[in-house]
Design a protein around this ligand. Sequence first.
Ligand SMILES: [Zn+2]
Length: 375
Amino acid sequence: MLETEILKKGDDSGNGTLIKYTSSTGAVIKAIGVPQSWESTLGPTWCYVIEGDDLTLVDPGCYGSLTYLEQGLGALGRSLTDVARIVVSHGHMDHDGSCPPVIRKSGAELWAHEIYGFMLQADRGDVERGWRREVQGFKDFENSETMTRVMEHRELNRDLVLDHPVTDELQAGGLTFYYTPGHSPDELCILFDQVLFSGDHILPLITPHPSVAMSYNSFKKSLPPAYSSSNDIYGLKALLTSLKRMALLEGDITVLPAHRAFHRGQFNPIGVSRATEIMEHHRNRCYELTQVMGAGPKDLVTITREYFSDREVEAQNFFLAFTEVMAHIELMQEAGDISTNSGTAGGRLWSNGLGPDVPINWNGTDQFSVFIDDL
Ligand SMILES: [Zn+2]
């Protein structure tokens, strides 16, 4: 367990809050609540600061929120120019968004998983938009302010140079890196002393959004050769495999996640066993989806709308809900619980055998459960 001290209070959701964590071995980590630069209920990205001879930042935070990071460091008696190393948990804009200006001001080294470096250069916009165009209801998402920011952020990050490409189980600079793909293909968990910085891989209160396995086929060409033979990095199967791995880490480890570590005035301490809870959440979601599919074949959009019928799932949320459902259907498909009738797809068939008009038929089995146990 970590000792906690609030150094500075921020707003209700934690934005602008400064926290000091001390481990039982005396290691000190400070955390800055860096706000998102768009309207969000997520709360801040926690940027973790390790002060040694020089300064390490884990996830400098969202694109467009540099001033908050700067103010936070200032309150700790530091400045951006002190930063010697940035470690990025994964390449989503709420985590690595401030990398370009911080590196410009400090000359800091950039550390991230080796796939992060490849994805900086990949032409993601076109690849991702290709299949999205076919789904009714995604238009609002494509035109949203968030998407505009994502595209701007990607353009700016293209100039980044990954100084230290990290691979699984690397130990360097006092840190041990674990490669935990699934939410993102480049996700890392980073062990320092008895603390695991878990990025978005393990979160309290909320669960990380799984990527879809289908993306592997789209991005295969952009990946290092070691990852090009089979898909172990995209989709729910990859996420669950990575969760299982972290749940097995031994020792008195406290998890410091990138979100919700402190939320609405409360600390939410978690250990690696939270990874098992998240896994069970997804197993349960598969069971819930079988209930929706039990009434007969339905396409993915219908399943999504029925499954999330009690929630507002328009625009951005509909995209997240749809891909969340797709990730589960893909896993059940691989486990042998799902069959599809692609004859009615009208040519619009995706590389995972699904498509906007493809009816999905549940076979009445729950082999996904054993499939998850065997991962
Ligand atoms: Zn995040």
